[in-house]
Design a protein around this ligand. Structure first.
Ligand code: ADP
Length: 270
């Protein structure tokens, strides 16, 4: 990778200046390439459902005397419309959150309610696959931040855990309070993520298996959104995974300082 070699030598010498310029150029080219890829990906993700919609509309108009065919094609149309809505929603969330200013007015967020809301959003799809949703005790756990965004982060991870797991498995969500952080882990017994893909899955539109992601209704933006939400909260997201065995994603958030209660009940050190 030509952008990673160190060229911060001899800044005053002619050669040094050339090298520094060369580095800036490669970095600019890299940023530009990432931007071009992103725009190409957006076009593709939007054009595909729109293309399907117009094809389906055309087919329906030709099959208008066959009610069964009309019913099937309109069902497909509403699926494609849902998919389009999802991509657009995710793009809006991402563009709001990435590069956003650090939060100025964080509020106390009750993690028990956050987790409950995230789990509610995936309950139906879990039931359809007979996947057990097991939740640890989040009672009294508080972090400071934006409640809606935190629900989105947890929901995206739980939705992935369900989507990438076979039937009759378990998805568990648990909390761990450390000295400085509150960690929320979402563990599944699903397909896992190949080692070589692990560091790229947080990139926008990166998917290990694009066909599988689309089949489960994925947009390829879920983890990028999670990453930016964590950055916005001065937190981080990490992943452990083993192919064929499962994955665990952990959201690590700063623990409120003693002025701000971390656990509003059972807090023995005050
Ligand atoms: P998608 O909409 O495709 O799920 P994400 O950004 O949420 O997009 O995830 C990126 C990719 O990471 C997915 O396409 C999938 O390949 C992989 N992935 C995410 N979560 C899991 C998981 N819990 N188990 C296995 N693979 C996962």
């Amino acid at each position: 990778d030509s952008t990673s070699f160190a060229v911060r030598v001899a800044p005053l010498g002619g050669m040094g200046l050339v090298l520094v310029l060369a580095e800036d150029q490669t970095e600019r080219q890299r940023v530009e390439a990432v931007r071009r890829d992103f725009v190409a990906n957006i076009s593709h993700e939007l054009k595909t459902p729109v293309g399907a919609l117009s094809l389906l509309a055309e087919t329906i108009s030709e099959a208008s005397d066959d009610p069964e065919a009309v019913r099937r094609f309109t069902a497909r149309m509403s699926q494609e419309a849902d998919r389009l809505t999802k991509v657009i929603q995710d793009l809006i969330t991402l563009s709001r959150i990435q590069g956003a200013e650090p939060m100025t007015d964080p509020v106390a967020v009750d993690l028990a309610a956050t987790v409950e809301e995230a789990l509610d959003a995936v309950r139906l799809s879990a039931e359809a696959k007979d996947i057990e949703l097991a939740s640890g005790d989040f009672t009294g756990l508080i972090v400071y931040g934006d409640e809606g965004l935190l629900v989105t982060a947890v929901r995206n991870l739980v939705a992935n855990a369900v989507a990438y797991s076979p039937e009759r498995t378990r998805v568990s969500i648990s909390a761990e309070v450390t000295e400085r952080t509150i960690d929320i882990s979402i563990a599944d017994q699903g397909i896992g993520i190949p080692h070589q893909d692990l560091e790229r899955i947080f990139e926008r539109f990166y998917r290990v298996d694009a066909a599988r992601s689309r089949a489960t209704g994925g947009t390829g933006l879920g983890l990028a959104i999670v990453k930016h939400i964590m950055t916005h909260h001065h937190g981080e997201v990490t992943v452990w995974s083993k192919e064929g065995a499962g994955s665990t994603f952990t959201l690590r958030l700063p623990r409120p300082t003693t002025q701000e209660p971390g656990r509003s009940t059972n807090d023995t050190d005050r």
